[in-house]
Write a protein that binds this ligand. Structure first.
Ligand SMILES: *Cc1c(COP(=O)(O)O)cnc(C)c1O
Length: 411
């Protein structure tokens, strides 16, 4: 690959895709078909060499001692909470603006999610609001602050220097939810290495996706890694039929590991550079110097940070403008998505703390989820965000088409 951009960008004559996985397969077809058929012919479908090799490659890329793959990104979060023994009476701080899983796993362990607001420009956890929330929980004295789930939303690492300072001050563990963040970095240090434990997802549409469900847990801590290895296979002890704790069945399929080995190579060789080039083109076309009033705000990447562009997300003035832009794009055959339309604290499962629980759990106060200041930034963002088509194989022409449709609407 001579150029930093993919030489394969382009899918001529077909409807524009939000994330073009078919085009990616066409490019990787030869290696992918061979990798898949090798596994099928080899007859080992659970664990085995592909999984072990992939775990080594992932831990090396991220720069962390241990990588343990598992069945999906949600289980990866659960495995981390189990390794820490998080449970009833524990407060876990979660951004109000994220995918449901980041918060869902907390009440599953019997702990209480406390929602924290995010920053307008980065969409990520606001460290000063985290400190406010921790102090409130401490003052109240009912719950024990234990951990913070720091999400790398849309591919941008959370503000880990600021979050680490608050976490150290109050003795919180950091769980980095890198489901969307794989490949991002801060000053060259890679995402999934910032949390005490970090997780990612290989759901097909994530920056590094497989052909089904998959996930991974990362940590430098030997003791937690050993616990996670046990929890992911039915709480195994010295061997599979010696079960020393209640665990999960949460392994990555061998086939998915083989798929990921092919995709990881493309990701490292050119895909990550290609999405960054695409993002630069979007931003330079959408930010005209003469159009100073920000009727459409482009993503902000702080100095030293690099995104893996799980999404390229605009901020509009309000819900009417956002919905009208989405309709205008749709009329031009351009797909777009609203990530996310609802903040966590307004999700029915949390707003009504008893919904979805077993009758025996309904009296348990510890299942309450709490947003103590209604997270105004997260709530406002849900009404104003719009994500544009973004993937390593998008063409320059497609980006021009999208941008002229956006600018045409904004005028
Ligand atoms: C996708 C996602 C998850 C869950 O990953 P799955 O593999 O779908 O279980 C968790 N957190 C965030 C922020 C995500 O985007």
């Amino acid at each position: 690959m001579s150029d930093s951009c993919s030489p394969f960008r382009g899918s001529i004559g077909e409807a524009m895709q939000f994330r073009d996985l078919k085009k990616q397969y066409q490019v990787l077809k030869e290696d992918m078909d061979k990798a898949i058929l090798d596994i099928v012919a080899g007859g080992t479908f659970i664990m085995g060499r592909a999984v072990t090799e992939l775990e080594q490659q992932l831990s090396e890329y991220v720069g962390v001692r241990h990588c343990l793959t598992c069945a999906n990104g949600t289980d990866a979060l659960t495995l981390a909470l189990k390794a820490w023994g998080i449970g009833p009476g524990d407060a876990v701080f979660v951004p109000d603006f994220t995918f449901f899983s980041s918060a869902e796993v907390v009440p599953l362990e019997g702990a209480t999610p406390i929602f924290v607001d995010v920053c307008e420009e980065t969409f990520n956890l606001d460290a000063s609001d985290l400190e406010r929330a921790v102090r409130e929980v401490l003052n109240e004295g009912r719950l024990r602050p234990r951990a913070v789930v720091a999400v790398d939303l849309f591919g941008l690492p959370a503000d880990f220097p600021a979050i680490r300072a608050v976490a150290d001050k109050y003795g919180l563990l950091i769980l980095e939810d890198g489901a969307q963040g794989f490949g991002g970095s801060i000053d060259g240090k890679r995402a999934c290495s910032f949390g005490d434990i970090a997780t990612t997802s290989f759901f097909p549409a994530k920056p590094l996706g497989c052909y089904g469900d998959g996930g991974a847990v990362f940590t430098d801590n030997d003791e937690w890694a050993a616990l996670i290895e046990s929890y992911r296979v039915h709480g195994k002890g010295t061997f599979k039929y010696d079960n020393v704790r209640i665990g999960l069945n949460s392994r990555l399929d061998t086939l998915q590991a083989a798929v990921l080995q092919v995709k990881l190579k493309a990701f490292m060789d050119y895909e990550l550079d290609a999405v960054n080039a695409a993002a630069e083109q979007y931003t330079s076309l959408l930010c005209h110097p003469e159009r100073s009033e920000a009727s459409v705000a482009t993503p902000v990447i702080p100095a030293g940070f690099r995104s893996s562009w799980a999404q390229y997300t605009l901020r509009l003035a309000g819900p009417e403008q956002r919905d009208a832009l989405q309709a205008a794009l749709k009329a031009s055959g351009i797909p777009s998505m609203v990530y996310y339309p609802k903040p966590m604290h307004l999700q029915t499962a949390f707003a009504d703390p008893h919904s979805g629980l077993q009758p025996s759990q309904k009296d348990s106060l510890s299942f309450r989820a709490e947003a103590r200041n209604l997270c105004p930034v997260a709530t406002s963002l849900c009404g104003r965000v719009l994500s544009l088509p973004m993937h390593p194989y998008i063409t320059e022409e497609d980006i021009e088409t999208v941008c002229s449709a956006v600018l045409n609407y904004v005028k």
